[in-house]
Design a protein around this ligand. Structure first.
Ligand SMILES: NC(=O)c1ccc[n+]([C@@H]2O[C@H](COP(=O)([O-])OP(=O)(O)OC[C@H]3O[C@@H](n4cnc5c(N)ncnc54)[C@H](OP(=O)(O)O)[C@@H]3O)[C@@H](O)[C@H]2O)c1
Length: 307
């Protein structure tokens, strides 16, 4: 149990997030978030309840989310980075999934960079995951035809039956190029790239004039090897735009995003699934499993019930 810092809090942590970017913090390669500090608990987004408070902004029992640690209790010296959760908006865990960073990432990537229009064909990779599942549904709401790729037949069924995708394929068993020819016969107007690698190359070979490619992630290269893009020349002929983005640059949009996404959820315009593993002891395997694709929706670890 940590000491209560002067002017700070002790939080009792409820849900821990497992995110792909955390893999990049485990090595020595240059990374936009920097390496994990050695001999410290792993920092991640966490949903927590205020357990003790020496800060007038936070009362005991308040629900909060922000960067805390993979641990049961955290001493927070500077709680101004924490945001309060309104439990009226939905399950508490949504604060670090659909109503949190993954939701905002999907919205910024799809709406601002992808800019889907009615009649567009939109392709989303890692489509059943935390970000991809929202990105695809936002493109549907914009009137586009949406195709997703994912790594199992169960995920493909989920995309079609639960999330309303117009087409989906298993990139592990299909030939990605042939599948894209089948599902995107008129070419691709927006490719929301979560994975890089061979999938990105196959998409580049099929982009339409003035296509948009928001580059959200490159998970196929996170264990080493990089992406090895061969088809970058397609950008010239198609006059397409490929734009990387990092959500940290967009957090000032959060307050406007939250009611918008909450409304999508309450109206049923966006459906969201979480894949919650139980118990702090299970956290490392929950993270590794997510990197290997055993999650449908956002991978979280539940470590305590609210009081
Ligand atoms: N730019 C930003 O600010 C930002 C913010 C959040 C996330 N991201 C990125 O967005 C992507 C998705 O993140 P997420 O949080 O939504 O995770 P997620 O999709 O919920 O989970 C990761 C998924 O990646 C897929 N995957 C793993 N290895 C793969 C490979 N070699 N090829 C293709 N797919 C693979 C797996 O699904 P399958 O079964 O389908 O393989 C796995 O379920 C990641 O690249 C992440 O780094 C970027």
């Amino acid at each position: 149990m940590p000491e209560l810092p002067a002017g700070g809090l002790i939080t009792r942590n409820l849900f821990l997030s497992c995110d792909p970017y955390m893999r990049g913090r485990m090595g020595t390669e240059k990374n936009y978030t920097g390496g994990f500090p050695l001999d410290q608990p792993i920092p991640s987004r966490v949903v927590a309840q205020v357990w003790q408070s020496d800060n007038e902004r936070f009362q005991i029992g308040d629900f909060v989310w922000g960067f805390l640690n993979w641990e049961r209790y955290t001493g927070v010296a500077t709680p101004n980075q924490l945001r309060k959760i309104d439990p009226e908006l939905g399950p508490l865990s949504h604060a670090i999934s659909v109503l949190g960073m993954p939701g905002l990432t999907a919205e910024v990537g799809m709406q601002e960079l992808g800019m889907p229009k009615p009649g567009d064909t939109v392709f989303v990779s890692a489509a059943s995951g935390a970000v991809g599942s929202i990105a695809g549904q936002l493109a549907k709401l914009a009137g586009a035809r949406v195709i997703g790729s994912a790594g199992s037949d169960q995920k493909v069924t989920h995309l079609l039956d639960k999330l309303g995708f117009d087409g989906a394929f298993n990139y592990k068993t299909a030939n990605v190029g042939e599948a894209l020819d089948e599902y995107c016969p008129a070419g691709i107007d927006v490719y929301f790239d979560n994975v890089g690698g061979a999938t990105l190359d196959a998409a580049l070979a099929r982009i339409n004039p003035f296509a948009r490619i928001p580059v959200c992630g490159q998970i196929s290269g996170y264990d080493g090897g990089g992406s090895g893009i061969k088809r970058i020349g397609a950008l010239v002929a198609s006059r397409a735009t490929m734009t990387g983005f990092v959500i940290y640059d967009h957090m000032h949009k959060f307050d406007a995003f939250l009611p918008r996404m909450a409304q999508h959820m309450s109206r049923g315009d966006v459906r969201y699934f979480e894949d919650i593993v139980d118990g702090i002891e299970a956290t490392p395997q929950a993270f590794i499993g997510m990197m290997q694709g055993d999650n449908i929706g956002k991978r979280l670890v539940k470590i305590a019930d609210p009081e």
